[in-house]
Design a protein around this ligand. Structure first.
Ligand SMILES: CC/C=C(/N=C/c1c(COP(=O)(O)O)cnc(C)c1O)C(=O)O
Length: 391
């Protein structure tokens, strides 16, 4: 449960039995043939795996290096989030739970939770910051259409951190019949491990696909990092392959500056400090009194003041190279990929594309790079066109 000095279970005593129950269930079912067969069925027949490792020929031609996109935007629902919600929902079913709750920012995790809940017959409830309810409204319709109740959270910055706090409060009250389906590699142990394991299907597929297509591993892998689950999912199978450089790209927001009460970015690895957030010792954006600072990003899914403890650990030991791009660079990448490849990326994923556009010619990424295209951009069209009008 510890990643070096990071990780742990910094939660109220009342939650410890639920965390112990979850860890015991995970240990029991993660090697259970029936559980694994059922999960494999859902991954193939419902989520649509395996996803392509697509050679972006026009992007590669323009930027002078070989660029592959791991197409998690093609997972059912439009993002990598379903990989995790199917795993955790199935685990909750084997545990005999009848209700799922979740937090969401971009609404992709909420949608993926609603999909798993509808399909497996759970009651489901999603907590979503009021600001995110506004800017990802298409996903609110999708969640409600599939039978989830969406609770707009008005406290704090009305984004992801506040949604997680409300979900934790619900869980404390309803721990008997409810599984809290955390959407990223954050929170108290065993969540960062469970989510990383379910998302590792991404990196496992890349390992086989890149060997098939190129006969070698990539020089670098680039993935955006909000909580860090698509990054940890694509990185984890390559951790021991030291020749593969790993770049988690954080949201640089408006600028890499912090005022008294807020950060103008969401780059916890690049500019945060050690602290405790929502159950884990990790890197967070906090003021000098240790109060969590509001974060900022054009993309709801990266707009988070913390990051997963395992990613904090890997950055601390130098196995990953944290970096960031700002809102404008991400928006430029959103347009670039749409025009060059006919693929509209989520604003979150656009941060990874932007970093490759920015660094391709420096040699830092080598000649063969894989980008985790974590989601598609349909949910962001309104945001992007509103910004265009304001220009
Ligand atoms: C769990 C809260 C995060 C959400 N989304 C985060 C997200 C992210 C960032 O989340 P991580 O992979 O966990 O860092 C990347 N790409 C897409 C398409 C996303 O939707 C959500 O609520 O949908």
């Amino acid at each position: 449960s510890m990643y070096g000095k990071f990780g742990g279970q910094f939660v109220p005593e009342v939650l410890m039995p639920a965390l112990t129950e979850l860890e015991e269930a995970y240990d029991k079912y993660k090697e259970d043939p029936e559980f694994l067969a059922e999960l494999d069925y859902y991954m193939k027949e419902f989520a649509g795996r395996e996803t392509p490792l697509y050679f972006a020929k026009n992007l590669s031609k323009k930027y002078g290096i070989k660029i592959y996109l791991k197409r998690e935007d093609l997972v059912h629902g439009g993002a990598h989030k379903l990989n995790n919600t199917l795993g955790q929902a199935l685990l909750a079913k084997y545990m005999g739970k009848e209700r799922l709750i979740a937090e969401t920012g971009a609404g992709q995790h909420g949608t993926a939770t609603a999909m798993a809940a509808a399909n497996m017959g759970f009651i489901s409830e999603v907590y979503m910051g009021a600001k995110d309810v506004e800017r990802q409204h298409m996903n609110v319709y999708r969640m409600e259409l599939m039978g989830s109740r969406v609770n707009a959270v008005e406290s704090g910055s009305k984004t992801l951190k506040d949604a997680i706090n409300e979900a934790l409060r619900d869980w404390v009250t309803n721990v008997e019949n409810t599984h809290y389906l955390i959407g990223s590699v954050v929170g108290p142990h065993p969540y960062p491990m469970i989510v990383r394991d379910f998302q590792s299907v991404i990196g496992k597929e890349v390992k086989e696909q890149i060997m098939e297509k190129e006969g070698r591993y990539p020089d670098s892998i680039v993935a955006c990092a909000g909580g860090g689950s698509n990054a940890m999912g694509i990185f984890h199978p390559f951790i021991e392959d030291k020749e593969v450089k790993l770049f988690p790209v954080e949201a640089g927001g408006k600028e890499m500056k912090t005022t008294e009460k807020e950060a103008l970015h969401s780059s916890s690895l690049c500019a945060g400090e050690e602290g405790i957030l929502q159950g884990a010792h990790t890197m967070i954006l906090q003021d000098k009194y240790g109060q969590i600072l509001e974060s900022s990003s054009v993309s709801a899914g990266l707009d988070y003041s913390g990051v997963g403890p395992e990613l904090a650990y890997l950055a601390d030991i130098g196995r990953v190279t944290p970096c960031n791009v700002n809102d404008d660079e991400a928006l430029e990448a959103f347009y670039e990929l749409s025009r060059l490849e006919g693929i509209i990326p989520a604003l979150e994923s656009s941060h990874a594309v932007a970093y490759v556009m920015k660094m391709a010619k420096t040699g830092e990424l080598g000649d063969l790079v894989v980008i985790s295209l974590s989601g598609r951009g349909d949910k962001d069209l309104e945001t992007v066109f509103k910004l265009k009008e304001e220009e």
